[in-house]
Design a binder for this molecule. Sequence first.
Ligand SMILES: [Zn+2]
Length: 395
Amino acid sequence: MNSNVKLGRISGIEIGLHYSWFIIAALIVFSLGEHFRLVNPNWGAGEIWIAALFTAVLFFVTLLLHELAHSLVAQSRGLKVSAITLFALGGISQIQDDATDARTEFWVAIAGPIASLIIGFSCLGIALGLGWQRSTEPHTAAIGVLVWLGYINIALAFFNMIPGFPLDGGRVLRSLVWAITKNADRSTRIAARVGQVVAFLFILDGIWRYFSGAGFGGLWIAFIGWFLMDAAKASYAEVGTTAALRGMRVYDVMSRDCVIVDRGMSLRDFVDIYLLKTGQRCFAVEDQGRLVGIITPRDVSNISRDRWDETTVREAMRPLQELHVIAPDTPVLDALKLMARNDVNQLPVVANGTLQGMVSRSQLVQLLQVRSVLQLPATYRSTLQRKGEDLRKGA
Ligand SMILES: [Zn+2]
């Protein structure tokens, strides 16, 4: 999920909001306004709305602290974190690398709930210091705000510890199974299965509540369940993909049949001679044997057809500086991540300034399909791959 509103950086991590956050922020302000009005009849209207707004902002800060806890622990253990995005259902830390050991996974996962617990109890502690007593309501606005934040953060810590992958609790469960079985893939599968069961219970519970008159609240629980179910299924499927592609390098899978076109050629000739004749999608543009850019059907479609005669391939291509290129020995999984991060479908593979080939998402999907048709186990390696792996081991 990409953020729509960027707020700045903390420790090199980009902090942003997704549009869906604003819907939830508005809901929180209105329901808090209602809540404060009911519980504290002594507050004036201005006081109620200022307190509600202020609480919503502080709630946002505490969510951010929860995510920062995950991210900073990840950073301290050598993992790269690119961004934190807050959206309708909470926050997401975009940690770019997967934890390489169970211990790291455990601490990164549990850091968030621990942060929420500390925040929650601190808020309640300060409220007590200000003279909060559970039995005496109404109380002052400051105490009202602190108590709400205290309870919500403690609730958040417990909700996140539900062992449904990819919630924090699911990750903690995964790290524990990982530590016991010493098998990362198996632990993800087990955690994802438990996550599906938990999600199913959420949906059942939500539907049950809906029909016993809880209305929107019930549907909301069912919705969270559906979201968890989807996420658990995706993580389960990802294990298969990851396992099949692990150990593969880009040169094992890249297509090498890129056609080199002359940079001075007009787009009209390029379309007629290459695009419509070969059906190929990858064309490299070179200048004295060095790659200067690539041109795809999409780049051509950006130029209006009546300008095809006067526009050269060089003018329409995407220059090398704007492309993300990878080296042939890049792991395929890293290439996939790079494509996802930059939202591109293919990457040129370049060594010593010359184009070696292209790797694309659709091609990797086809590769996985072939493997599944042949019913190859995830551990199956082709002769070529085994040779490459032996070479690297020897090196
Ligand atoms: Zn978390």
